[in-house]
Design a protein around this ligand. Structure first.
Ligand code: ADP
Ligand code: MG
Length: 244
């Protein structure tokens, strides 16, 4: 469990005058579950988006499995396929079935035959408890079910790391638990994960390490027992006090 899959060094990103990431250093090793907490606007999504190549950093480096994302020789398309991402909104096709949504990246990006794609998709839907809803259209299922389908769709690509950006923030409160349970099961299966969340109890349960971001820097990081119950930094204490 000590081989780094992701190495972020002195990562910087601005939008115009606004400096959003001010030198982020973060390493994630294979099998590790790292949660990122912090106030809205602290740069958490921008950090994930730089990892997933949705934003181009202004400085510093991101290495995925030893390959520098900013190196022109790096095959970004191939790298992106190895990184799964789940957003707050589910980004599923509303007019397609759950199964079709999961098969789509396999038949298009992977050019898999339909029968094979269906087999993979059904397997992943089973894993998130959505197999019985495979033929439902996305607009017929609940937000919690849609998010579980979105997780299955990402898993179909057999990613080496899963990035979650507030996966339960858009859900009705009674749907949050079913999605967190799926993510917890994934963590237990050994999946490497970087999770932005405001669910502190969940982060405490699931994480090997918790990172507290504040105004574009990592203010504090450590095991959940320390960050949540014995934080070193006054800013961490102040942030966490809002959740009690
Ligand atoms: P968080 O996810 O922690 O809430 P974000 O990374 O989304 O924070 O945003 C950090 C800051 O960057 C916010 O002030 C946000 O308004 C700004 N920001 C994010 N994306 C853009 C963008 N594409 N253009 C301009 N400003 C942005
Ligand atoms: Mg965000």
């Amino acid at each position: 469990m000590s081989e780094p899959i992701l190495t972020i060094r002195n990562l910087r990103k601005s939008f115009g005058e606004l400096s959003v990431l001010k030198g982020i250093d973060l390493t994630v090793v294979r099998g590790e579950v790292v949660s990122i907490i912090g106030a809205s606007g602290s740069g958490k999504s921008t950090l994930l988006r730089c990892v997933n190549l949705l934003e181009e950093p202004d400085g510093g480096s991101v290495l995925f499995d030893g390959e520098d994302l900013s190196d022109p020789r790096t095959d970004l398309r191939a790298l992106r396929e190895r990184i799964g991402m789940v957003f707050q909104g589910f980004n599923l096709f509303q007019h397609k079935t759950v199964l079709e949504n999961c098969m789509l990246p396999l038949t298009t990006v992977r050019r898999m035959k339909r029968a094979e794609a269906q087999q993979v998709a059904e397997q992943e839907l089973e894993r998130v408890g959505m197999y019985e809803f495979r033929d439902a259209h996305v607009d017929e299922i609940s937000g919690g079910q849609a998010q579980r389908a979105a997780i299955a769709r990402a898993l179909c690509m057999r990613p080496e790391i899963m990035l979650f950006d507030e996966p339960t923030s858009a859900l009705d409160p009674e749907k949050v638990g079913e999605v967190l349970n799926v993510i917890k099961a994934l963590a237990d299966s050994g999946m490497t994960m970087l999770i932005v969340t405001h669910e502190m109890q969940f982060a405490d349960d699931v994480s090997d390490r918790v990172v507290f971001m504040d105004a574009g820097v990592i203010c504090e990081e450590g095991p959940p027992s320390v960050v949540f119950r014995n934080p070193r930094q006054p800013r961490t204490k102040e942030f966490l006090s809002r959740y009690h």
